[in-house]
Ligand binder design. Sequence first.
Ligand SMILES: Cc1cc2nc3c(=O)[nH]c(=O)nc-3n(C[C@H](O)[C@H](O)[C@H](O)COP(=O)(O)OP(=O)(O)OC[C@H]3O[C@@H](n4cnc5c(N)ncnc54)[C@H](O)[C@@H]3O)c2cc1C
Length: 427
Amino acid sequence: MSKGGSENLCHPERSERSERSRRTKKDYDVIVVGLGALGSGAVYWLAKRGARVLGLEQFELGHDRGSSHDHSRIIRKSYFTPAYVRLAKEAYTAWDALERDAGEQIVFKTGGLDIGPRDGAIALSSYADSMRACNVYFEELDAAEIRKRWPVWQIGDDVDGLFQPDSGIVAAERATAALRRTAVAFGATLRENAPVTLLRTVDGEIAVEAGGERYRAGKLVIAAASWTPQLLAHFDVHIPFEVTKEQVIYFRARDLASFAFGGFPIWIWMDDPSFYGFPVFGETGAVKITQDCGGKAVDPNTRGFKEDPEITARVTAFLEKHLPAALGPIQRLKTCLYALTPDRDFIIDTLPEHPNVSVAVGGGHGFKFASVIGRILSELAWGHSESCHSERSPRGVQSKNEVLDLSAFKIDRPILQMADPPKTYML
Ligand SMILES: Cc1cc2nc3c(=O)[nH]c(=O)nc-3n(C[C@H](O)[C@H](O)[C@H](O)COP(=O)(O)OP(=O)(O)OC[C@H]3O[C@@H](n4cnc5c(N)ncnc54)[C@H](O)[C@@H]3O)c2cc1C
């Protein structure tokens, strides 16, 4: 648990505040609900840019009941649309900013291998085309080359791969702790164990009740992941949404040396089911591997934390077939929630009827983007940023280098208007 969370710890004196900061003790420019990765990204960027910001978290900071705990997440530029690739490129830049402010390394490059059967359920070509469109360097590997580089792969000649050297690991818990700690250093106030129970608009501002206190702010950011529907309901906004309980498995691989950090990439098996894994990272002494989106739907308030033996069985069967050297005793198993829109695309938008309310949902693949989504949320809530020359436009957010097209992430896109939409969870 982060120790920087208490409200009392959070205020270095701020002699010069923005002119927009004209509020009393409990009033803020922006209130952020939820302090997982995305909300922590928002409080970091808002505080960095001079907003008086309050972050509210219903549980203790760094808890394990949402989506952002555990020590690693995959980061990669390899994505299936140019919009995601551009967002990923900006995410690296935004993590760089945090690394400078926090004085510690957050992103660890290992290289990344997208690998799968040529006629598999996920087309590698869409990833290759999107990277090409965004000038991202990558290599196309055939099965022989994959076996030559990483002999632990047992694959037939029908398997292809893409290798992108910038892929790697975001040190997840370290990242969210650094976002919050640095936000506090920039003047943010963070409260843990403060569940938001009421949200309403009053005189153009947002009134918030949380943990027995009332607050007012000009702008609100909702970064509540699995609890998003409950919070949106305060504004009479309803979207189709599903929460699943996922699990990651740490195997003490029988050939641990072949999976050493620096010698083995992060990887994603691009088929249905899809699996992914990490080299040995940090102090774990194990490889972390699991199935993507293999879990069952749950209620985030009543979900359990026990193993899903069906996921374990599917992962084990996959490893026996394609990566047997990774198998070994299970060292530990952790569960985590995916907060899923039906198309699994993000939500990054303001509410059409309440433009002072922004919302972000990371769709079960959002951690790598927490740095840039936090920055975009700060821009949606707080306006332009000189530091990144960004500007909100109807199309999206313009940064120094690229136009970030956010149209796929709108909250009023057609699939989020449907009562019973088709679900597409494959990435
Ligand atoms: C097993 C697993 C593996 C993953 N792997 C990857 C990966 O490799 N790469 C990647 O990029 N992404 C990955 N993801 C997805 C990524 O971790 C999530 O998209 C990201 O962590 C979401 O962050 P969040 O802040 O939206 O959610 P959360 O961390 O759940 O934060 C939401 C917060 O809001 C709080 N909250 C909710 N309601 C209230 C309220 N009423 N009042 C106050 N607080 C409230 C919650 O308590 C919670 O802390 C993975 C996710 C899982 C589960």
